[in-house]
Design a protein around this ligand. Structure first.
Ligand SMILES: Nc1ncnc2c1ncn2[C@@H]1O[C@H](COP(=O)(O)OP(=O)(O)OP(=O)(O)O)[C@@H](O)[C@H]1O
Ligand SMILES: [Mg+2]
Length: 257
């Protein structure tokens, strides 16, 4: 098997006296979708924030593309190709789709020796990126505030892929979306992964995990309570891993005492 994209090795996180993560180890492959499941307070968001530079771990180590990795800020993680996609938090709502797509990376051309934004070129790039991904947006010149949550998410994911992202983290991405937008979102996640990008998705909806993920990693009280291929397990077995009712879950790595 090829080298994993990201390896977590005994990662811990304490918030004062609270041990939110007690030694998390698992890996994410290129092109793999991993669903992170667990009860409220299990430690999922904490883990995602550590990977994407929002929080520093208390101890442990991470390897990204085979090299020791620790992002000290979200922008450092982003530079490495790791990003959390929120439904709308990181888009600027008062400018249009094209401006959001190119934020900080604008194409310019010279007019009488002075650089000006090449709007037509940028619009062409965005139109192609969205079309390639099968995303339909009513107008690329619409301010983002006029788009739905699902459309904003689609733009963010497309932007991430276009600019060479390698690992994307989604913390309950469909919580506020309707059935059709959620279905499109799940399709888009598979498409993103098929381009070799690693995806971590936190969801409380078991059906979504089974629909989209290659692997399910269950966190319980800050430890990995299960790490299984979706094809080798069942919703009932995963529920048992989440609650700790039985220890029979196939592949259960370790359990909290
Ligand atoms: N900033 C913080 N300060 C103190 N404790 C925190 C902080 N953030 C999280 N915790 C605690 O760490 C533990 C893990 O929280 P985390 O948010 O990672 O859980 P989660 O699995 O994402 O839960 P949920 O499904 O409810 O989103 C919980 O006990 C929580 O109360
Ligand atoms: Mg959370």
């Amino acid at each position: 098997m090829s080298e994993p994209l990201l390896v977590l090795d005994d990662v811990t996180k304490n918030y004062g006296a609270i041990q939110a993560l007690k030694g998390i180890s698992f890996s994410i492959g290129r092109g793999e979708v991993v669903a992170l499941l667990g009860d409220n307070g299990a430690g999922k968001s904490t883990l995602v924030k550590i990977i994407s530079g929002g929080l520093e771990p208390t101890s442990g180590r991470m390897l990204f593309e085979g090299k020791e990795f620790l992002a000290r800020s979200p922008s450092e993680a982003k530079d490495a190709g790791i990003e959390t996609v929120y439904q709308d938090l990181s888009l600027c709502t008062n400018v249009d789709v094209v401006a959001n797509f190119f934020m900080g990376r604008e194409i310019t051309r010279k007019v009488l020796g002075v650089p000006v934004l090449d709007e037509r070129a940028m619009e062409g790039v965005v139109a192609k990126a969205l079309a390639d991904a099968g995303t339909r947006i009513p107008s690329l010149r619409a301010n983002v505030e006029h788009l739905s949550g699902g459309q904003r998410q689609a733009i963010e994911l497309n932007r991430f892929v276009h600019w060479g992202g390698k690992l994307v983290l989604l913390d309950e991405p469909f919580a506020a979306l309707g059935v059709e937008q959620t279905r499109r979102g799940l399709d888009m996640i598979r498409k993103v992964a098929s381009q070799g990008i690693g995806v971590v998705i936190i969801t409380h909806i078991m059906q979504q995990a089974f629909q989209v993920a290659d692997r399910i990693v269950v966190i319980r009280q800050g430890v990995v309570a299960g790490d299984v291929a979706t094809s080798q397990t069942s919703p009932d077995a995963v529920i048992n891993m989440i609650t700790g009712e039985t220890l029979a879950g196939a592949g259960a790595a370790s359990v909290a005492r």
